[in-house]
Design a protein around this ligand. Structure first.
Ligand code: DAH
Length: 341
């Protein structure tokens, strides 16, 4: 049996030299030194020998097994190293190449501008009130003091739907009525941001959708000086403390008196440039004292309450600020435009 052991040892060693990959190595291990391998099997058979021969055989068999185990370990390392080198060469990984840039998204310029609005108005105590995009003629026009066939309706080409009396709001002002009817008889200080829709020819200057931010304050003691001071404060926070603000008389059906608000041009500082069309002024809002009829329609008695309102266009303000000449960029989803902000 000792000769058998030596022969097995020689055979195993000869075979191990030929083993070239992990799979063959595993086969070799199972065949010789694994739990059911031949060398392991011989060790188990030590009891078959006459007692006198057992110690010598046992010792030798253990030596052989340990030596084969060590040889196996060395071979395993060599094969693993070779296989790794091969994988690296095949992958041809160049660790010095620059990484692929990970593109992160960004907020739309209008979203940023709207958030700036919320911040400034919140500091002055105005809450955001969300009103609906889908309206009826009553709220969008009549309750705002636009009688049927009133010529002021012509300024706002309306999207009608096939449903009777279902239209898309042409401005955020109908939210004034909804806020008043909800809050009566509390005083009100809200801004109403949101998308408005007009059935217009799309050009560089007009889009069929755009945002407005409406403002409404109603209370027992609100005067025009409150409106002027509040809007001037907004303009300075938005454009810088050195801005001039001016109010021009104007007309809106839902305010009386009505005013348009200008700030001295932020690009040329009033000297005159392309963006302000050489006037030195940029128009930033329509505004006025809430018309008594509108207060009444909202449930507030105009003999007791007064209020002011304003409307601003965030896209228009972004265009002024960055000298953008075409409003179509806003909903064109062209990344070259959007990434500039
Ligand atoms: N709703 C007006 C428009 O779309 C904007 C506006 C003007 C709103 C004056 C107001 C205001 O609240 O007081 O043209």
């Amino acid at each position: 049996m000792l000769e058998e052991l030596e022969a097995l040892n020689d055979e195993a060693r000869a075979e191990l030299v030929e083993v070239a990959d992990s799979e063959a190595l595993r086969t070799w291990e199972l065949a010789y030194i694994g739990r059911n391998g031949q060398v392991t099997g011989m060790l188990r058979r030590v009891g078959d020998l006459p007692p006198a021969q057992r110690p010598a055989f046992g010792q030798r068999a253990n030596e052989v097994k340990n030596a084969l185990q060590a040889a196996y370990g060395e071979r395993e390392q060599a094969i693993k190293a070779a296989e790794l080198a091969e994988r690296l060469a095949a992958g041809a990984l160049d660790v010095s190449l620059p990484g692929r840039p990970v593109l992160t998204g960004g907020l739309h310029p209008t979203t940023r501008m709207l958030r700036r609005f919320y911040e400034i108005w919140a500091d002055m105590g105005f809450q955001v009130y969300r009103s609906r995009d889908v309206e009826d003629d009553m709220h969008n026009f009549e309750l705002l003091n636009f009688p049927p066939h009133h010529p002021a309706r012509d300024m706002q080409d309306t999207f009608f739907t096939t449903e009777k009396d279902v239209i898309l709001r042409t401005h955020t002002s109908p939210g004034q009525i909804r806020a008043m009817r909800e809050y009566y008889p509390e005083p009100i200080r809200v801004i109403l941001p949101g998308m408005c829709y007009r059935h217009e020819q799309i050009t560089a200057r007009s889009e069929v959708q755009f945002n407005q931010v409406e403002g409404l304050a109603v209370g027992r003691n609100i005067r025009m000086t409150d409106l002027k001071g509040t809007i001037a404060e907004f303009a300075r926070r938005m454009y810088g403390s050195d801005r001039q603000v001016r109010f021009r008389a104007s007309y809106f059906p839902f305010t009386e008196p009505s005013m348009e608000v200008d700030v001295s041009c932020i690009l040329c500082d009033g000297a005159g440039c392309r963006v302000c069309k050489y006037t030195g002024w940029l128009e930033i809002a329509g505004s006025g004292m809430v018309h008594p009829n509108v207060l009444r329609n909202g449930g507030y008695d105009p003999a007791v309450y007064t209020g002011f309102a304003f409307g601003m266009g965030p896209e228009r303000m972004i265009m002024q600020k960055h000298g953008i000449e075409d409003i179509r960029y806003f909903w064109g989803n062209d990344l070259r435009f959007l990434q500039q902000f």
